[in-house]
Design a protein around this ligand. Sequence first.
Ligand code: UD1
Length: 430
Amino acid sequence: MDKIKIIGGKPLFGKVYISGAKNTALPIICASLLTDEPVTIQNIPFLSDIKSLNALLLQIGTNIEEKAEERNGHLTQTITYHTPQPTSLVAPYDYVRKMRASYYVLGPLLTKYGHVELSLPGGCAIGARPMDIHLSSLEQMGAKIEIKNGYVVADIDGRLKGAHVAFHSASVGATCNILMAAALAEGTTVIENAAKEPEIADLIDVLNKMGAQIEGANTSTLTIHGVEKLHGVTHEIINDRIEAGSYAVAAAITHGRVELVNAPAQYLQTPLDILRKTGAKVEMTDTGFIVDAQNVKLVGQDVFTDYYPGFPTDLQAQFMALMCVSEGAAMITESIWENRFMHVPELMRMGANINVHGHASAIVRGVEKLSAAPVMSTDLRASFALILAGLVAEGETIVNRVYHLDRGYEHLEEKFKAIGADIERIKIPD
Ligand code: UD1
């Protein structure tokens, strides 16, 4: 239960190296279960979510070889996953409750080994997080699924069968799971209303390199011609658009100038358009972009979260923090998760002026100043929003429960210190 202490008021200047994308690494690591050959994944970020997933794969019987290496100007991880024969087809509760994306083992284990037992992850701070789309699609592909003692128990006779599945929501998780399951199914699967997030295109890229036959990347209709066998591969994952967007807001909110090296601007068009409208300058570079908000009066802008290429829900809290100290009113609407305003009461404790209407919209009226306070992290992205508020608040802010941040922001204090923030981790012994 470490804490982070920030003394606000310093504009940030310099460079931040953006890491590999957590939400791409997680499904791609699980895709390694689709082959008995080694799969080497480059550019994996150093994060506790990756450690949690590795722990689950170890108990499934995967051999894991980790290597730290310098890539694109900074230290990254290359990890080789090799599962010649699993020793367990169970994803136990203790693993899944720590890291919900453990559910990415469902599709691969079922399609390759015919059986899987996955603890249901349950809800979390941001919403109920159902799995109905994953399960009903697998059933349409011939899986027999039962819920027993909190577990999904899934079985197939022979191979999964290709099917035409239409998702009621463009779910990222279900798209990944069904893509992986369908890659080894018999016949052709078509997914209608698939998610189009860049993480999906990266997964399709790696699956196709492994021998899968998937068409339609970056569109909402995916066609998967099942094959009998997939082989090993080496693949470098894309960089993290959400981490890049988060540090972009840090540059803007502190009226600094920060270069985001290796930042995938092409996946951030909607948030960068909004950032520009606030008055911050966004300038492209060869490897990323620069955000410059020196001597700029920031003006509040509305934000509406939506499926990609809409505004990402995973940047909503950070942009809300920015609007708290921008001039005028901004309406923030959350359309993906039903409970994603948990950061609002914490921001209000720091002097923000926010009115939440129902559970989907909030009006933020910009204030001149925030003041430091002890605050509580509630989820990964909300925690970063509190750090942002702390960077501009007068005095010393303490952010409690930082394990949320460690799940998804690699070397957070080091990256902030490198651009001049007064930030420190207070270690609390277990
Ligand atoms: C992923 C991201 C998460 C991000 C979210 C939306 C990972 C590890 N996490 O989560 O950071 O906030 O995408 O961009 O990549 N839904 C159903 N039934 C289902 C599945 C989903 O109704 O079976 C609904 C959800 O309640 C939600 C919407 O679909 O309203 C989107 O959820 P989904 O895209 O599945 O989110 P995750 O993949 O869990």
